[in-house]
Design a protein around this ligand. Structure first.
Ligand code: BG6
Length: 501
């Protein structure tokens, strides 16, 4: 059990909002998996804080039940569970009650720990209150070792609010203590983007505007907004996915090689990508983006309500958006990046497809080629994690016809297992003090600067109603127009090989 490691290096893992959905679905299962694999760097003591009238015992009972549900039939490793919850404490308090934070301090001081990691797993409205209270009670320096804070998204709702939040956090914590989570960066296949690009010499010479025609990045979800309707209706897909996950994926695909595989070197290169995003204001933003909302329809064979019916009133919050963006630097000048994301699309599919230019002269007779070159590199981020490279091959027999075929790397076939959950990697990195997969203050600022201009343009447009797409479809006609006017098509593949009829 993890507890045999040096006790002097113990860490308190404090989860604000431990009774909430994120702690149940992601944080505790990730910590449990880390304990079960003995990956934790030292002894860890869980401390939960929320309003519910729980105590240490009820906390343990609650998560015993909930982990059993999350494991969906796999047996719970009781040793790992007991190890994770050994000495677990719970502070029941309202976040604006100073007494609660005084009790938290006493709790921390009573534990055999040297370090503390605070995790904000609450609605964003209470981030500032918690941070102020942590500062007022000097909880950033309550223990002799390090203290860090992990902040969940959304990190602000536009540029001003993100800067304001940053200022308030910086009053208590220095930048190197702040870990802003974008869970996409914890996905193995997302990390594989840099590995493919920079561990192999064969792709990089082609990775520029001489050989690449365009790039598409798609985060498609079949789920709707579910119980998060209040948050979502004030966010929309632009704040929920575009400002963070989509722009982060763009950074990884487009960045220059870092001088070293170290947190600041990697993040220095990502920020350069955000800095060269061609600003889109007013009419330009309207012409280069498209937004829509799902109506009633069918997903996975089931009839589902439209977004407006779920919210219960008319709203122009977008559940789908697509954008064409450009990076104004030497490598990418003239190469469009098409980004899109939506809820209630036909399937859950996150993909990055890099579309190469056609050979200079067509010598062959292609079948199944609709004007597009056959060379395409596709990162399947999820599900069916892997990478595919498609190219032209001759159809066997007495014909000279050529068809696109694929070289496929499939994570599960090659490694015999699915990649681990993103949160496992991120929590471990935060405990080990490695911020590479977390977003730095300047990245957040640059991503919001770009996004806020689009939000401003949308607001000025004063639309009364958004175009609607039936749930279970790939979006309305306007989204096709955004890419077709450039002579291109949206690409989404589930990995099957294309064959000539
Ligand atoms: C979250 C968004 O950041 O990412 C959710 O808030 C979205 O709306 C989720 O469903 C998607 O994450 P994943 O890992 O399932 O692609």
């Amino acid at each position: 059990m993890a507890r045999t490691k040096d006790q002097a290096d113990g860490t308190a893992f404090v989860i604000f909002g431990i009774s909430g959905d994120l702690a149940h679905r992601k944080l505790i299962p990730a910590l449990y998996a880390l304990v079960a694999q003995d990956f934790l760097p030292g002894p860890l003591y869980l401390v939960g804080m929320a309003r519910r009238k729980w105590n240490g015992d009820s906390l343990r009972d609650e998560f015993h039940k909930s982990l059993n549900e999350t494991l969906e039939g796999q047996p719970l490793d009781e040793d790992a569970f007991q190890s994770l919850f050994h000495g677990a404490c719970y502070v029941s308090a309202d976040f604006n009650d100073p007494q609660g934070f005084a009790r938290l301090k006493e709790t921390l001081e009573s534990l055999p720990v040297k370090n503390v990691l605070y995790y904000l797993s609450t609605p964003p409205e209470v981030y500032e209150t918690i941070i102020e209270q942590l500062g007022a009670h000097q909880l950033d320096k309550a223990l002799p070792g390090w203290s860090r804070i992990v902040v969940e998204k959304p990190y602000g709702e536009d540029l001003d609010s993100a800067l304001d939040l940053d200022r308030k956090i910086h009053r208590v914590f220095s930048e190197d203590q702040i870990y802003r989570i974008d869970h996409y960066l914890g996905k193995d296949t997302v990390q594989n983007i840099l590995v493919l690009r920079f561990a192999n010499a064969i792709f990089e010479p082609l990775w520029n505007n001489h050989y690449i025609d365009h790039v598409q990045i798609m985060v498609a979800e079949s789920i709707g907004v579910g119980s998060r309707i209040n948050y979502y209706d004030s966010a929309g897909v632009i704040r929920d996915i575009f400002q963070n996950h989509l722009l982060q994926l763009l950074c990884l695909v487009a960045m220059e090689v870092p001088v070293a595989f170290q947190s600041n070197s990697v993040r220095d290169e990502k920020i350069k990508v955000l800095d060269v995003l061609r600003p889109m204001r007013g009419k330009t933003a309207i012409q280069n983006t498209f937004r829509a909302q799902y109506g009633a329809g069918k997903v996975d064979g089931e009839r589902v309500k439209g977004y407006v019916d779920e919210v219960g009133h008319a709203t122009t919050t977008e559940t789908y958006m697509a954008a064409r963006v450009y990076l104004d630097n030497w490598r990418w000048a003239g190469v469009p990046f098409y980004l899109r994301s939506g809820k209630r699309l036909p399937e859950r599919l996150t993909q990055i497809s890099v579309h190469f230019k056609a050979a200079p002269i067509f010598l062959f007779d292609w079948c199944n080629i609709t004007g597009e070159a056959p060379n395409r590199l596709v990162f399947n981020i999820q599900p069916d994690e892997g990478i595919n490279l498609s190219f032209g091959a001759k159809i066997p027999g007495q014909t000279d016809q050529i068809t696109p075929v694929a070289m496929q790397f499939d994570y599960k076939t090659t490694f015999g297992q699915e990649p681990p959950e993103a949160y496992q990697r991120l929590l471990l990195d935060a405990l080990n003090g490695d911020p590479m997969l977390f977003t730095r203050s300047d990245e957040v600022r640059a991503a919001w600067t770009f996004t806020t201009r689009i939000l401003d343009a949308w607001r000025e447009q004063e639309l009364k109603k958004l175009p609607e797409y039936p749930a279970g479809s790939w979006g309305p006609k306007g989204t096709e127009d955004l890419i077709r006017r450039d002579g291109r098509e949206w690409f989404q593949s589930t990995g099957e090989q294309e064959n000539c009829d």
